[in-house]
Design a protein around this ligand. Structure first.
Ligand SMILES: [Zn+2]
Length: 385
C-alpha cells in the first residue's frame, strides 16, 4: 500500500495547486480515480469556475457517514529557496520532498490508495471524501462545501481532517475572525473641528471599545478551557487614518482580529460593536455629516473547533491509532466548519506542521505508513459497522 500511496502522492505533487491558481486538473484526477472504484462523485465549482471542491461517497446514500477531508491547495513557493523542484516529488532518506507533501496531499494520497479497499468495505456506513479548494486563504472552499451538503440535506456523522498533526489527535483549535473597519468622516480645516467629522477620533473610540471588550472576554473564558490563553483574544493589528496636522481626518481604518474559544464570544463582540456604532458613534457622526459611515469588511471567519464531551470521531480515531489523549492546537483548520454542520470532528494526519509552508517541505515515509495503518483499521470498522 505504501508504494501505491507514494506513486499517487508523486502525481498530486505534480499539480501546482497554489491557492491563487486553478485546482481543476487535480480534482479531475481525484474524480477519475474515485469513480473508477465506484464512488458517487460530485464536483462543485467555485463562482469563477476555475476551482472546485470534490465530494465523493462510497456505500449507501444515507446520513451518519464518515468524512475524510483534505484541502487540495498549497501555499506559494515564490520567495522560498528550494533545493529541488517543489512540484516534483523527491524521495531521500525516508523523506518525501515537495510542496504539499505534508500540508496536505500525503493524507489525500493515502485516502486514494485505500479507496479500492474502502469500496469493498463501506457497505453499512457510507465513507465520504471531501477535498476542497482555498483552505490556505481562509477555508473558502470548505464553506461552499458545507453549503452544498446543507442543500442536499446530507448529514454525515463524523469527520477526520487530515491536516499534519504528526498523527496526534487534535480535538480543538480557536477560530480566526479577521476584519477591516473603515470610517468615513468629513474633511475640514483643523482650526474648526466642529465643522467636520474626524474619522480618526471615531476610530480611536472604536479601538477603546475593542480594548474594553478584550478585558471582558477574559472574564468569559469557559471553565477548564484548554486553550492558551484560555479566553477569546482580540488584537488590533493596524490603525491608519488622516492626512496632515491641520486637516480634519476624513478617513480611518482599523484592521483587527479575534480568536474565539466559543462561538458565543464572537456573537457577543459583534453585537456589542454593532450597537455601539448604531447607538453612539454613527448618530454623533451623522449629526454633522449625514453621509458619514462605519463599515466593517469581513476578511475571513474561520470557525473554531470546540472540544466537546462526547465526540464519536475522537472515540473512533483513538481506537484506530491507540492514542489515549487529544490536544488542542493554535492553528486553524476546516474542522470548525464541519463541526458547525453538526458533525463530530477531529484533526489527525501525517506529517508535522513544522514542515508545512516552508522551503523543502517534506513528509516522513514513516508518517505516511502510520496514516495508512489508521485508514486500514478504519476500513475494517466500516465493514463491521
Ligand atoms: Zn493545511
Amino acid at each position: 500500500m505504501i508504494d501505491a500511496t507514494k506513486a499517487i502522492l508523486a502525481d498530486l505533487i505534480g499539480f501546482p495547486t497554489v491557492s491563487a491558481d486553478s485546482n481543476l486538473a487535480m480534482i479531475d484526477y481525484l474524480a477519475t480515480r474515485l469513480s473508477d472504484v465506484g464512488a458517487q462523485v460530485d464536483i462543485m465549482k467555485d463562482p469563477t469556475g476555475s476551482k472546485a471542491n470534490l465530494f465523493a461517497t462510497l456505500g449507501p446514500d444515507i446520513d451518519g457517514g464518515i468524512v475524510l477531508s483534505g484541502h487540495s491547495d498549497v501555499v506559494p513557493v515564490s520567495d522560498q529557496n528550494w533545493s529541488s523542484d517543489p512540484f516534483k516529488m523527491l524521495e531521500a532518506k525516508g523523506h518525501l520532498y515537495g510542496r504539499g507533501t505534508c500540508d496536505m496531499k500525503g493524507f489525500i494520497a493515502a485516502c486514494l490508495a485505500m479507496a479500492p479497499t474502502f469500496a469493498q468495505q463501506a457497505r453499512a456506513r457510507p465513507l465520504h471524501f471531501a477535498f476542497t479548494y482555498d483552505e490556505e486563504t481562509g477555508c473558502i472552499g470548505a464553506g461552499h462545501l458545507a453549503e452544498s451538503l446543507k442543500q442536499r440535506n446530507l448529514k454525515p456523522g463524523l469527520a477526520i481532517i487530515g491536516e499534519p498533526t504528526s498523527m496526534r489527535i487534535i480535538e480543538g483549535h480557536k477560530g480566526c475572525y479577521e476584519y477591516s473597519t473603515r470610517f468615513q468622516g468629513l474633511e475640514g480645516h483643523g482650526s474648526n473641528p466642529d465643522l467636520g467629522v474626524n474619522a480618526v477620533e471615531y476610530a480611536v473610540r472604536y479601538v477603546a471599545r475593542l480594548l474594553e471588550l478584550r478585558d471582558q472576554l477574559q472574564g468569559r473564558a469557559p471553565e477548564n478551557s484548554r486553550f492558551d490563553p484560555p479566553w477569546t483574544t482580540l488584537n488590533i493589528g493596524a490603525l491608519n487614518g488622516g492626512t496632515v496636522h491641520n486637516v480634519i481626518a476624513p478617513k480611518a481604518q482599523i484592521d483587527w482580529e479575534m480568536r474565539p474559544v466559543q462561538a458565543a464570544d464572537a456573537r457577543f463582540v459583534k453585537d456589542t460593536l454593532r450597537s455601539y456604532c448604531d447607538d453612539v458613534l454613527l448618530p454623533a457622526m451623522r449629526r454633522v455629516h449625514p453621509d458619514a459611515s462605519i463599515e466593517t469588511e469581513v476578511i475571513g471567519e474561520v470557525a473554531g473547533l470546540i472540544p466537546t464531551d462526547t465526540n464519536e470521531a475522537l472515540r473512533i480515531v483513538s481506537e484506530l491509532t491507540g492514542a489515549n489523549s487529544a490536544d488542542v492546537v493554535p492553528f486553524g483548520t476546516e474542522a470548525g466548519i464541519f463541526q458547525a454542520l453538526g458533525m463530530d470532528v477531529v484533526v489527525c494526519g501525517p506529517g508535522s506542521i513544522e514542515q508545512a509552508h516552508k522551503a523543502d517541505e517534506f513528509l516522513a515515509v514513516e508518517q505516511l505508513e502510520q496514516c495508512l495503518k489508521m485508514l486500514e483499521k478504519l476500513g475494517i470498522k466500516l465493514a463491521d459497522a
